[in-house]
Ligand binder design. Structure first.
Ligand code: 5RP
Length: 219
């Protein structure tokens, strides 16, 4: 199976976690897109969705799936989204698509976070994939200097603006041995909106698409 086929397989497996008659949180990226396409076939069973990006909202609407503003929703039963990396503790690196802040907000509001990924995303130590940090534009250089002090090599994602009007610094060359500590340290830098580590609140379930089928890791 190709990587795209693995993503489709794992996205379809996540349909089992969709809670009928509830609001579903929907992530961003190519794996989340496969999930949106699968969700379309059971859209009559749910009350609607909250999307973690404008792109996902557009795709959901194109399937005739209702998308709510988070402020008008009391509860999200489950959040389903991809990741750039996961370790065995279900700590994640996310934000390759630049939607990390809204992803973190929707994940925080959800009762359960089911992460869907192909097997290439499972790693022993996080950090080979550059860690995205969303930054208020005027603080970009200051934050970059602070990231260097923490041992990283920040690279400005040139020409990219988040759905929130901010910029992204991707931290290269950082082996993340203590993800919870680093997540907090990065968020404590003035000018940082949030970072792509999902460790303080990790995924609850990781569905991995492998050549031997879908494997499930749980906290
Ligand atoms: C977007 C994300 C995505 O979940 C992550 O980049 C994985 O994307 P893909 O499913 O395309 O591999 O965090 O901000």
């Amino acid at each position: 199976m190709t990587q795209d086929e693995l993503k489709k397989m794992v996205a379809e497996a996540a349909i089992e976690y969709v809670v009928p008659d509830s609001i579903i949180g929907v992530g961003t990226g190519s794996t989340a897109n496969c999930f949106i396409d699968a969700l379309a076939s059971i859209k009559h069973k749910i009350n609607g969705t909250v999307a973690s990006s404008e792109a996902s909202a557009e795709r959901l609407k194109s399937h005739g799936i209702e998308v709510f503003d988070l402020n008008s929703v009391n509860e999200i039963s489950v959040y389903i989204d991809g990741a750039d990396e996961s370790d065995n503790h279900l700590h994640l690196v996310k934000g390759g698509g630049g939607a990390l802040t809204r992803e973190k907000i929707v994940a925080a509001c959800s009762k359960k976070f089911v992460c869907i990924a192909d097997e290439s995303k499972l790693v022993d130590v996080l950090g080979e994939f550059p860690l995205p940090v969303e930054v208020i534009p005027m603080a970009r250089s200051f934050v970059a200097r602070e990231l260097v002090k923490l041992g990283g090599r920040p690279v400005y994602r040139d020409g990219f603006v988040t759905d929130n009007g901010n910029v992204i610094l991707d931290i290269h060359d950082m082996s993340i041995v203590d993800p919870r500590k680093l997540e907090k340290q990065l968020n404590d830098i003035t000018g940082v909106v949030t970072n792509g580590l999902f460790a303080i609140k990790s995924a609850d379930v990781l569905l991995l698409g492998t050549q031997d089928g879908v494997k499930k890791l749980e906290k």
